[in-house]
Design a protein around this ligand. Structure first.
Ligand code: ADP
Ligand code: MG
Length: 345
C-alpha cells in the first residue's frame, strides 16, 4: 500500500468524507464572520450546524456553496480542493428559507428547470421530476403556480427542485424557518424521512436546538464564528464541551463542585420533601429549598436553592405519583454522580 493511501485510511478520511473544511476563515470588512472552522461530513449524514443568530452558520454554507471565498483555509468536496470551482460546477444544491421559486412557472416547471438547464433529455427529465414530486408528496400539485400553494407546500417544491438534481451534497439554510410550529414539527419528521429515502448527504442549518437534536446524525455547535463542539445529538446533550453548549442545547444548571464547573440536566435531579427518602440508591444528596415551580403540562419545572446558594432546576413528571411540594418548603435533592458533566467554565 502506498503511503498517502494508508494515511488516508488510518485517519478515517477520504473515501466516505463528502466535505472537509480545514482552518476556514472569512472576514467581512475586517470583522470575523467565521474562523478556525474544521469540519468533516461523511457520506449519507444528516449533519447540522446549530447556533444562535450571527454565529456564522450561513457564512459557512455560502463558502461551501461557493458564493463566497474563504480568506484562509481549504474546502474539499470528495477530496478535491474547490477553491477555484465556481458554484455551478460544484456538485451541490441549496434550499433556502424563502424557497426562491419562480412565480410564473408551475410546480413541475420549477422542479424541471435545473434539469433543462443541464440539457437532460425530455423523457428522463419527466421521469425524474415525477419521482421528485412523489418523494415530497406533491404529485397532485404539479400544475399549480407557487402562489396557489401553502408555505409548507412551497417548501416541498423547493426541496423537490434540489433533490431532482441528485447532488452529492444538499445545503439547507433554515428551510423550515418560515413555517408555524405545528407544521414545522411535522416537516422535521418528513424531511428526515426523505433524506433517508434519497440517501443524499444533508448539511442543515438551524438555530432551533430541538430541531437539531431530533433530525441530525451529528451536530456542530457554532458560537461567535467558531465551532465549540461536534458530536452526535446524545453526546452534545449528555457531554456538552462548554457551558455555552450546555446552555444552548437543552436547559441545565451549573454547579461548582471540587473546584470545577459541572452541568446538571433538570431531568436527572431527584427531589423529595425534607426528611423523606429520594427512593433511589447511590445518589449524591444535598438539602435545599423549593423557590419556584412552573407548570408545563406534561412536566413541572422546579427551581431549588441549595444550602450553598446555588440554584438548580429539576423536572418532575405530572403523572400523579409525586408528593406535594409547596413553594418555599425544605427539600432533599439528589443526583447520580455520573449525571454531572464537567465543563471548562
Ligand atoms: P448566522 O447564519 O449564524 O445567523 P451569519 O453567517 O449570517 O450568521 O453571520 C455571521 C457574522 O457575519 C455576523 O456577524 C454577520 O453580521 C456577519 N455577516 C454575514 N454576512 C455579511 C455580509 N454580507 N457583510 C457583512 N457582514 C456579514
Ligand atoms: Mg443564517
Amino acid at each position: 500500500m502506498n503511503a498517502p493511501l494508508s494515511r488516508a485510511l488510518t485517519d478515517g478520511s477520504t473515501a466516505d468524507t463528502v466535505l472537509r473544511l480545514s482552518g476556514v476563515r472569512k472576514l467581512y470588512k475586517g470583522a470575523v464572520a467565521v474562523e478556525h472552522v474544521d469540519l468533516a461530513v461523511k457520506r449519507g449524514e444528516f449533519f447540522t450546524l446549530l447556533g444562535p443568530s450571527g454565529s456564522g452558520k450561513t457564512t459557512t454554507l455560502r463558502l461551501i456553496a461557493g458564493f463566497e471565498r474563504p480568506d484562509a483555509g481549504t474546502i474539499e468536496l470528495d477530496g478535491i480542493d474547490v477553491a477555484r470551482t465556481p458554484p455551478f460546477d460544484r456538485n451541490i444544491n441549496t434550499v433556502f428559507q424563502d424557497y426562491a421559486l419562480f412565480p410564473h412557472m408551475s410546480v413541475a416547471e420549477n422542479v424541471s428547470y435545473g434539469l433543462k438547464a443541464k440539457r437532460v433529455a425530455a423523457g428522463e427529465c419527466r421521469e425524474r421530476v415525477a419521482e421528485a414530486l412523489r418523494t415530497v408528496q406533491m404529485t397532485a400539485f404539479a400544475g399549480r403556480l407557487p402562489a396557489q400553494l401553502s408555505g409548507g407546500q412551497r417548501q416541498r417544491v423547493g426541496l423537490a427542485r434540489a433533490i431532482v438534481n441528485r447532488p452529492g451534497l444538499l445545503l439547507l439554510d433554515e428551510p423550515l424557518g418560515a413555517l408555524d410550529l405545528k407544521l414545522r414539527r411535522d416537516m422535521q419528521v418528513e424531511l428526515k424521512h426523505i433524506q433517508k429515502q434519497v440517501g443524499i448527504t444533508f448539511l442543515y442549518v438551524t438555530h432551533d436546538q430541538e430541531e437539531a437534536l431530533s433530525m441530525s446524525s451529528r451536530i456542530a455547535i457554532f458560537n461567535g464564528g467558531r465551532i465549540e463542539q461536534v458530536g452526535t445529538p446524545r453526546t452534545i446533550y449528555d457531554k456538552p464541551a462548554s457551558a455555552f453548549v450546555a446552555g444552548f442545547v437543552g436547559t441545565s444548571s451549573l454547579l461548582r463542585r471540587d473546584g470545577r464547573v459541572h452541568v446538571l440536566r433538570p431531568e436527572k435531579v431527584w427531589v423529595a420533601p425534607a426528611g423523606q427518602s429520594l427512593g433511589e440508591p447511590g445518589l449524591h444528596v444535598e438539602t435545599g429549598r423549593l423557590v419556584d415551580e412552573v407548570y408545563l403540562g406534561m412536566t413541572t419545572k422546579l427551581v431549588i436553592r441549595l444550602a450553598d446558594g446555588t440554584a438548580i432546576e429539576a423536572m418532575r413528571a405530572n403523572d400523579g405519583t409525586a408528593p406535594d411540594l409547596p413553594t418555599g418548603s425544605a427539600v432533599e435533592v439528589g443526583w447520580n454522580p455520573a449525571a454531572l458533566s464537567a465543563v471548562d467554565g
